[in-house]
Design a binder for this molecule. Sequence first.
Ligand code: FAD
Length: 448
Amino acid sequence: MNTSDSTASSTPKSVAIVGGGFTGLTAAWRLSQQGVNVTVYEAGSVVGGLAGGCEILGQPVERAYHFLYKTDEYMLGMLEELGIRDQLTYHKSSVSTYYDGTLYPMMNPVDLIKFKPLSFINRIRAGVSVLYLQKVKNWQKLTGISAMDWLTKYAGKQVTDVIWEPLLRGKFDRYYDKVTMCWLWGRIKQRVESRDDTLKGEALGYIEGGFATVVRELVDRINDNGGTIHLNAPVSNLTKDSTDAITIASGDSSATYDKVLLTVPCKVADRLLTEYKPVNPDWFKRLNSIDYLDAAVMLFATDKPISDYYWHNINTPNSPFVVFLSLTSLIGTERFNGKHVYYIGDYIPPEHPYMTDSADVLRKKWFDALGSMFPAFSEDNVIEAQVYRFKDAQHIVDIGFEDKIPDYQTPCPNVLLCNFAQIFPMDRGTNYAVRDGYEMATRLLEDT
Ligand SMILES: Cc1cc2nc3c(=O)[nH]c(=O)nc-3n(C[C@H](O)[C@H](O)[C@H](O)COP(=O)(O)OP(=O)(O)OC[C@H]3O[C@@H](n4cnc5c(N)ncnc54)[C@H](O)[C@@H]3O)c2cc1C
């Protein structure tokens, strides 16, 4: 590992970045372009973090379903700069809702008008409330009310019970009634703004070769600029010396840097910075007030199609998963030799059995449930299946969340923290990881 001479100057000679997801890689790329000696420490065996890749049927895809919106300006700018913008294609998305044994299309107002689980008047109410939300510019007025309360008041109880509560429970589990309406507003805004007149619906972008294409470009550029990326290198300790240089320990090695950027979840940052608690207890109070859920995802391929829709919201109460998704319905089956690729996903608390069940147990539970919902599915048609679990995959954006967000500057001089829990009011995503990665590089280059 490289070691800096740690003499303090306003532009750092060396920076360590903890976490090789999109935030860390983006910051590392920018810093390395400016001649900074960058070292990335990634705990996992691959870079890319939550958007990291794998292969199915020999083709690169994401371990967890990922796409881009038309409005993802920072990611689009990065693709342009990396010279791979032409590898991004937008496809027409198709959304459906599975409720009480039936799959309903849910792509436009006509679909909503035909949605029988709601009374006719409530179909209108559901549509009008979403239309109203699309017009809201002053999102600040939505921060103090929970999505459940807002929806019950404006969309009505039946609309909330049938459409929104199952989705909020699926995404936020036991925190479903704590989530701020502002979060839901942000989600609706993103989806509406990604509509495309030519495609006559919501347009979702997918990169040829998946997000791994972007990750590979970033890694190559970082290496070309003299940076280093350590895989399987969880950082276990961080200490500051009398000159404010920071020593990082990972495994049996340690190295000293002028500055450090942490891009890890809040609880990992808490552990690494624990000795600074007396310096700024309020910063740590904010850090530790943010709760997270984990995620379990199954990626699988079949030789027969299950459904023509891309996205299936599973709104039946107590479903064992919240979303079922067909990648090949979005991007086509060509690159998979005519086979079909799917994801099943669920967000769960850390103690949930999905985080410890064997892959076989989870596979059986989810395939049994899928078969009972989608008659076209038979486990006999499954060619390949992989299970992935992600720690701290989604933070809880609850009422008053804006007051919980810790500053980027940690109580330890020369150490910044930037993770997706600091993104507000929009939902986390690779686009904001890129934006924040650039921002962190700028700050690290300044005298902090
Ligand atoms: C199921 C799912 C679907 C999603 N879908 C989309 C989508 O369609 N579009 C989209 O744009 N975004 C999507 N996202 C969100 C997106 O993946 C994230 O917002 C983004 O990847 C976050 O990047 P990050 O670098 O901030 O964090 P992360 O990707 O979490 O990276 C943090 C890294 O830090 C590493 N780390 C942790 N502790 C240590 C340690 N002690 N030492 C060293 N390294 C450590 C981790 O291994 C990880 O690689 C999705 C997320 C999930 C879970």
